[in-house]
Design a protein around this ligand. Structure first.
Ligand SMILES: *[C@@H]1O[C@H](CO)[C@@H](O)[C@H](O)[C@H]1NC(C)=O
Ligand SMILES: *[C@@H]1O[C@H](CO)[C@@H](O)[C@H](O)[C@H]1NC(C)=O
Ligand SMILES: *[C@@H]1O[C@H](CO)[C@@H](O)[C@H](O)[C@H]1NC(C)=O
Ligand SMILES: *[C@@H]1O[C@H](CO)[C@@H](O)[C@H](O)[C@H]1NC(C)=O
Ligand SMILES: *[C@@H]1O[C@H](CO)[C@@H](O)[C@H](O)[C@H]1NC(C)=O
Ligand SMILES: *[C@@H]1O[C@H](CO)[C@@H](O)[C@H](O)[C@H]1NC(C)=O
Ligand SMILES: *[C@@H]1O[C@H](CO)[C@@H](O)[C@H](O)[C@H]1NC(C)=O
Ligand SMILES: *[C@@H]1O[C@H](CO)[C@@H](O)[C@H](O)[C@H]1NC(C)=O
Length: 455
């Protein structure tokens, strides 16, 4: 029926005459780009499969083994469904020449150890389903080059150890689902788990394992719970751990956290994670905006400013005076006075995640050029007028009384000198700051003191 069975020199002849690759195996159903051989009682792969297929369904059969280059001719294959078979090993090079594969379903099979070579070359693979196998071990390099992965399902296996360290931002930038629930994990390398990319942490499912209760474990879940990750929220009751590793002393640790009272989880996370310091110079009387931009972002932030002149400022504590605060935390001082100089400290609080971050702004209010100049100028003018008046008083004695009284009355020597003194004292400032100086260099950005899983 198919050309594949031909022998000797007929092979070549028939190969040219009849395109064996395009023939649909009798037990399968071929519809446009889909070949379905599901529930066909297959114990081995059909000898030839149509090369045009994009989707191949081999689920619910009796396949137990896949040989090298099993799908060699299927260059266009993207979806390969093989759930519910008896597959226990994959040969070297089984997926050779199907590097376009995007979905691979091997769930409900009999795989035991996931060897490093199993998925070699599948760099376009996005979804890998391996749940409900007999997997006990995942070799370190198994997922290494699968850089397009988005979802991997390992649940309902017997995994005791998983190579978390092999999953990093640069190696798996799209991975958003890593399901390891219902396995036999007891002690996880929590430092490796905390170093997972934020996207992976958000989609890491670990419930219904045999975790041992300890602070390191609790701290991680405490963070995830606080951030409202679905992986934790949707399975609160399935998150159990065993006290001293004893399966009989299993507790739902997200419900009952009495055991963890001595863990320093909250304390650690309350530390301000970042302090940004900047400085700003502003002319007296000008409006100034102080941003409260910190490492935290999002809609749920609340802000508090501590000002050197009026103390704590919250949006409710100020009342249409010269200071106002925008919902984004920016503080606006309508008209600065010299007293407004000093260090302004903003604390941004993410109530949901219980994170604080601080921003400091050193504000220096300068006397404006125009004001100093005006004072000097008016004083000088006043002096000249006074001097002229004195001269007129001295030399034009035969004048009328009502003409000569006024100048003498406004003359005040001590007043004059003090005005002159203050004007000269301000001289250097006048020349140095002709315009509003606006400097905002970020002087120091401290390292995050506490692990912050998400950027
Ligand atoms: C299969 O891939 C190998 C290298 O991986 C290549 O040499 C070979 O030509 C490919 N075969 C087909 C039929 O594309
Ligand atoms: C938990 O895992 C065990 C096997 O490890 C499984 O039999 C059980 O059904 C799982 N429970 C839930 C609620 O998923
Ligand atoms: C917490 O520490 C105190 C004193 O260090 C100890 O008495 C108590 O048993 C501890 N609680 C738990 C739950 O470990
Ligand atoms: C974080 O902010 C909260 C709420 O304003 C406050 O109670 C807590 O003391 C702050 N923690 C630190 C370390 O500033
Ligand atoms: C704001 O002003 C109103 C009246 O103008 C006054 O009743 C209220 O106490 C003020 N609130 C604060 C926080 O100053
Ligand atoms: C905050 O809001 C105010 C008013 O809407 C705006 O002027 C200011 O630029 C904003 N600040 C930031 C950092 O976005
Ligand atoms: C500045 O502070 C001084 C005393 O600290 C006070 O006498 C003066 O009125 C303040 N000036 C303004 C403009 O608030
Ligand atoms: C703020 O700036 C002024 C003038 O530039 C400087 O003297 C002062 O030390 C600064 N304060 C802080 C806390 O950086």
């Amino acid at each position: 029926m198919t050309c594949g069975g031909s022998q000797g020199f007929f092979l070549l002849l028939f190969g040219l005459l009849c395109d064996s690759e395009q023939i649909c195996p009798s037990v399968c159903l071929c519809i446009s780009d889909t070949v379905s051989c599901s529930s066909s009682g297959l114990a081995r792969l059909p000898r030839s499969l149509p090369s045009f297929s994009v989707t191949l369904d081999l689920s619910h059969n009796h396949l137990s083994w896949l040989g090298p280059r099993s799908f060699n001719m299927m260059h266009r294959l993207e979806n390969l469904w093989m759930a519910h078979n008896q597959i226990n090993t994959l040969s070297h090079g089984v997926f050779q020449n199907v590097s376009g594969l995007r979905y691979l379903d091997l769930s409900s099979n009999k795989l035991q150890v996931l060897e490093q070579h199993y998925f070699q070359g599948l760099w376009r693979l996005e979804e890998l389903r391996l749940f409900n196998n007999k997997i006990t071990q995942v070799e370190a390099g198994t997922l290494t080059h699968l850089s397009s992965l988005k979802k991997v399902y390992f649940s309902f296996n017997q995994i005791t150890c998983f190579p978390f360290f092999s999953i990093r931002d640069h190696s798996h930038p799209f991975l958003a689902m890593l399901d390891l629930s219902s396995n036999r994990l007891t002690r996880l390398p929590w430092e490796d788990v905390k170093a997972l990319p934020g996207l992976v942490q958000r989609g890491l499912y670990l419930h219904n394992n045999s975790l041992i209760c300890d602070c390191a474990m609790y701290s991680v879940f405490w963070h995830w719970n606080l951030r409202g990750y679905d992986s934790v929220k949707d399975f609160t009751d399935e998150h159990t751990c065993n006290i001293h590793g004893d399966p009989r002393a299993s507790i739902k640790f997200l419900r009952n956290n009495r055991v963890f009272l001595n863990c320093t989880v909250e304390k650690a996370v309350m530390q301000p994670s970042t302090v940004l310091l900047s400085s700003m110079m502003v002319l007296k009387g000008n409006k100034v905006h102080l941003d409260c931009q910190t490492s935290l972002s999002g809609a749920d932030l609340s802000f508090t400013w501590l000002s050197p002149s009026i103390g704590f400022i919250t949006p409710d504590s100020i009342n249409g005076t010269l200071i106002s605060m925008f919902p984004n935390g920016t503080l606006e001082i309508e008209a600065t006075s010299v007293n407004d100089s000093g260090l302004y400290i903003c604390t941004a609080v993410d109530n949901k995640q219980a994170l604080n971050a601080t921003r400091e702004v050193n504000v220096t209010v300068l006397l404006p050029v125009a004001e100093s100049f005006n004072t000097g100028y008016t004083t000088l003018l006043g002096c000249i007028v006074t001097l002229v008046s004195i001269l007129m008083y001295l030399f034009l004695t035969p004048c009328r009384y009502n003409y000569c009284k006024q100048p003498a009355a406004t003359y005040n020597h001590s007043n004059l000198s003090s005005v002159f003194f203050s004007a000269t004292r301000d001289q250097p400032k006048v020349e140095t700051f002709k315009h509003v100086a606006f400097m905002e260099p970020v002087i120091g950005e401290e390292e995050a003191t506490e692990w912050v899983p998400e950027s």
